[in-house]
Design a binder for this molecule. Structure first.
Ligand SMILES: *Cc1c(COP(=O)(O)O)cnc(C)c1O
Length: 384
């Protein structure tokens, strides 16, 4: 038997050679949108805390109060004794927010996708997902045992062809996409997808991880999302019919066989939804900030709080990220396999807490250091 560490060290070396090795870096987010890294204060354009809610005093207060009252842990699975009264409040608030009959809260967005897709789909069924779907959608589809195919990004024509070719050979069909794509910031043509689903008798599921609180999207059969991004807290959810939710609570293994969320986390999420509704200007500010960025760089107008700058090569993306860090900006390089080969990029995420002057300085540094050269066409290619 080869020595475990030797095998792993060789694999890590391969990653290092390809500029694909990842490191977790200690990052203190004491005062959003600033972070501290290695003793240096940076302004972050890499957090998904789009509305700045992770530091909101009301959310922090809700977490403290619930923790004082109920303790730090959930104690058991929701199906045993972990179904805290706060879950009821959160699920009805989510259903009201999304305009659905019911909602089901999971431990995280990852767990929501894994549990939902595997509960709905089996061997003999067909899952069609957008090519740029998040890894947890891919993992879930593979785990379900259904036949899994991907359609070209946002390409209704290709989706129609796949449905025409394969639909009739399978019992049930689920089409999965993201409302706002996590690494590209563009938006799925949900109306068109729903029309195709109707024509070919398929169900539609959308992942709204990056849309909640920022971009409203058409209601589909299964509306999944996370409380870990714009809501600023932690946890995942699925909104839909009461029947769907009842079924998930009976069948989603990532809900049944895991401990419930800590009470403080659930309480903060309830408050997050209240603040999101009471202060819509937060979402508006985040979107105004991203518009300022795209306008200053001459990019097409942003559709969400996310803008990619595709640089192609992983080493080039790392270098750009390092250069920006020297200027006081935290903009993480996103490399394969998170994004397709040769589309390594900087991913800029905008928040309600950024200020115009900082965004303007960021765009000046990007122009000055030449990161726009040979990127615009690649950026458009990657998006198409
Ligand atoms: C972040 C993300 C998830 C996972 O959500 P978590 O709550 O962080 O587990 C799922 N889907 C998409 C598109 C995401 O970006």
């Amino acid at each position: 038997m080869p020595v475990l560490d030797d095998v792993l060290a060789a694999r890590m070396n391969t990653l290092e050679q390809a500029a694909l090795r990842r490191r977790v870096v200690v990052t203190d987010r004491e005062e959003a949108p600033y972070v501290m890294r290695g003793g240096k204060r940076l302004i972050s354009f890499s957090c998904n805390d789009y509305l700045g809610l992770s530091k909101h005093p009301k959310l922090v207060e809700a977490a403290c109060a619930a923790t004082q009252q109920y303790g730090v842990g959930g104690g058991a699975s929701r199906l045993v004794t972990g179904n805290h009264p706060l879950y009821e409040a959160l699920e009805s608030a989510l259903a009201a927010y999304k305009g659905t009959e019911a909602a089901c809260v999971f431990g995280s967005g990852y767990l929501a996708n894994i549990g939902t897709i595997t509960a709905l789909m089996n061997k003999g069924d067909l899952i069609l997902a957008d090519k740029l779907s998040h890894s947890c959608i891919v993992d879930a589809a593979q785990l379900s045992g259904a036949t899994f195919k991907r359609f070209a990004h946002n390409d209704l024509g290709h989706l129609d062809i796949l449905l025409q070719t394969y639909r009739q050979s399978y019992e049930r069909c689920l089409i999965v996409t993201e409302t706002v794509f996590s690494m590209d910031g563009d938006i799925a043509p949900l109306e068109g997808i729903m029309a195709l689903a109707k024509k070919h008798s398929a169900w539609v599921m959308s992942d709204d991880a990056h849309g909640l609180g920022l971009v409203t999207s058409s209601p589909v059969d299964i509306q999944m999302g996370t409380l870990s991004k714009a809501a600023g807290v932690y946890g995942g959810y699925v909104c839909g019919s009461q029947t769907l939710v009842d079924y998930l609570k009976n069948s989603a293994r990532s809900l049944i066989y895991t401990t419930s969320l800590p009470p403080g986390v659930i309480a903060s999420s309830v408050t997050a939804l209240e603040v999101m509704q009471a202060e819509p200007e937060r979402g508006e500010k985040a979107l105004a900030n991203v518009q300022l960025f795209t306008q200053r760089l001459g990019f097409p107008s942003a559709q969400s709080a996310i803008v990619p700058l595709v640089l192609g090569d992983a080493a080039r993306a790392l270098e750009a990220s390092r250069q920006l860090e020297k200027e006081g900006f935290l903009v993480s390089a996103i490399r394969p396999p998170t994004v397709p080969a040769n589309t390594a990029r900087l991913r800029f995420a905008f928040s309600a807490l950024h200020e115009s002057a900082e965004i303007e300085r960021l765009t000046e540094v990007i122009r000055r250091d030449g990161w726009l050269q040979n990127t615009d066409t690649e950026r458009l290619d990657a998006a198409s």
